[in-house]
Design a protein around this ligand. Structure first.
Ligand SMILES: NC(=O)c1ccc[n+]([C@@H]2O[C@H](COP(=O)([O-])OP(=O)(O)OC[C@H]3O[C@@H](n4cnc5c(N)ncnc54)[C@H](O)[C@@H]3O)[C@@H](O)[C@H]2O)c1
Length: 289
């Protein structure tokens, strides 16, 4: 996009983590901001903080897994600001972890509902509008987990592989149609956010039955170790700079680091050579290597 000043950005999952940083960065670039999130207290805080910096901001409570909720978000955004130009389809959860045969249908429904259908609903609600005025950009937050398949996270991996497929397909269709609308596909490695506390937003109806309320000491130790890794990881503001620059430059792929590049190459090599998927360990194990 040539200029972002005075234009409008909608950010799903904008109340915390990377989405919150996108809101700050795009506000600094002179955009009006629509922050959409399922979690009300952080949403209210985000709106207050953005307003304090002089940004025109609208906060909308929205569940991206619900098509009607995303359509209502779009209606509020159009009514408040007229045209919407940038849409960051970023809301996501790290849900349903464990060996694949132990996962419940609700693990899949919740994770795919937010991470995949959240994107599908966002495209349905905003792309026709942006294509019609032909000045805009859609950012899909995928993950390194969309380019590799680390064990223990089948619903998350599946949702992120699908997110990349959606982004690539949308990019090709827009290019073939001669549209000026841009697409970026963000594939973060590990970023310092609250993603591993995603259960805070898990609807009661999708919780696993029979899972003990208190984690075992061993589970707590693993959790603490993972928390430590996230606390020392790349800050979201750095990712927001990359996203801002990708929107301006119309750049499709956005990677936050090269930590996972060897694992992605190993996977591609195994496809080329028709050999078994590589044994590169978990997301955290590769990060620590
Ligand atoms: N943090 C990482 O290391 C990392 C790595 C790769 C990809 N990602 C992706 O980045 C995106 C942002 O996550 P984050 O890391 O900032 O985590 P985060 O938990 O800090 O932020 C996610 C946001 O999404 C919101 N959300 C959850 N369910 C929602 C729903 N149903 N409707 C609307 N909003 C909902 C949460 O309230 C939260 O504000 C996600 O798509 C995630 O999968 C994160």
């Amino acid at each position: 996009m040539d200029s972002l000043v005075g234009k409008t950005a909608v950010i799903t999952g904008g109340a915390s983590g990377m989405g919150r940083a996108f809101a700050d960065r795009l506000a600094r670039a002179g955009m009006n901001i629509v922050v959409a999130d399922i979690e009300s207290p952080p949403l209210d805080i985000a709106v207050t903080e953005l307003q304090a910096h002089g940004t025109q901001v609208l906060g909308v409570r929205c569940d991206v897994s619900d098509a009607a909720s995303v359509q209502a978000l779009a209606a509020r955004a159009f009514e408040t600001f007229g045209n919407v130009h940038v849409v960051c389809l970023n809301a996501g959860v790290a849900g349903g972890n464990g060996p694949i045969e132990t996962l419940t249908e609700a693990d899949w429904t919740w994770t795919l509902g937010v991470n995949l259908f959240g994107i599908i609903h966002g495209i349905a609600a905003f792309l026709p509008h942006i294509k019609a005025h032909d000045d805009g950009h859609i950012v899909i937050t995928a993950s390194i987990a969309g380019l590799t398949s680390f064990p223990g996270a089948a619903p998350y991996n599946t949702s992120k592989h699908a997110a990349i497929a959606v982004a690539e397909t949308m990019f090709s269709e827009l290019r073939d149609a001669g549209s000026s609308v841009g697409v970026s596909c963000l594939c973060p490695g590990i970023v310092r956010t609250r993603i591993i506390e995603s259960d805070r937003n898990r609807p009661e109806a999708t919780r696993r039955p029979g899972v003990p309320a208190a984690p075992t000491p061993e589970q707590l130790n693993v959790h603490r170790a993972v928390l430590d890794i996230f606390e020392q990881a790349k800050p979201p503001a750095e990712v927001a700079d990359l996203v801002h620059d990708a929107i301006v430059a119309k750049q499709f792929w956005v990677f936050t680091d090269e930590v996972y590049t060897p694992a992605i190459h190993e996977r591609l090599d195994s496809i080329r050579a028709r050999t078994d998927p590589p044994a590169h360990g978990s997301l955290v194990e590769v990060y620590l290597r």
